[in-house]
Design a protein around this ligand. Structure first.
Ligand SMILES: [Mg+2]
Length: 169
């Protein structure tokens, strides 16, 4: 099992429907915290809603899947109205599999989108999905997070030796 992501973008808004379609992806399971917004932003920005509208327009299904709790997830989703899967316990695959089934997605044609290798990418691997990584928008500075990011660094370095700084579209 590789923890190297299939694609790595500087920010989620760089991911286009055309890129996803070229990779055979018609469904995304999307993390919230540090992927779509920093922890301290309760609501999506206007460009976030526009990005989801472009996905929907292209027929790409999407769901929010977060290890955070329902209050955070539902508030964030109020203006987006997506299927939501809080308390997902990523990297465990159970909730992600339920999310794929709920939106009628096949794992082989789906991808995770998230900022963490050991939760978001690993969950994708357990489910047989592709994995798209983005850098964290604004990390917490606690020791726990610094250790997590230090463990991710060699994996990202290995990805970059093969692929360059970010995925080119
Ligand atoms: Mg996250």
């Amino acid at each position: 099992m590789t923890l190297l992501p299939d694609a790595y973008f500087a920010r989620f808004t760089d991911i286009t429907p055309a890129f996803l379609q070229a990779r055979g992806i018609d469904a995304l399971l999307i993390d919230i915290d540090n992927t779509l917004a920093p922890y301290e932003e309760p609501d999506p920005r206007p460009e976030t809603a526009a990005w989801f509208a472009a996905l929907a327009e292209a027929g790409i299904r999407a769901a929010l899947i977060s290890n955070n709790h329902a209050d955070r997830v539902e508030r964030f989703n109020a203006a987006l109205a997506l299927p939501t899967f809080p308390d997902a316990h990523k990297p465990l695959p159970r909730t992600a599999r339920a999310a794929l089934a709920a939106i009628g997605a096949e794992p082989a044609r789906a991808a995770s989108l998230g900022d963490q290798i050991f939760t978001d990418v690993a969950c994708a691997r357990f489910c047989g999905m592709q994995a798209i990584l983005v850098p964290p928008i604004r990390d917490k500075r606690t020791l726990f997070w610094r250790i997590k990011r230090a463990l991710e660094r060699p994996i990202i370095a290995a990805w970059r030796r093969r692929n360059g700084e970010f995925t080119q579209v």
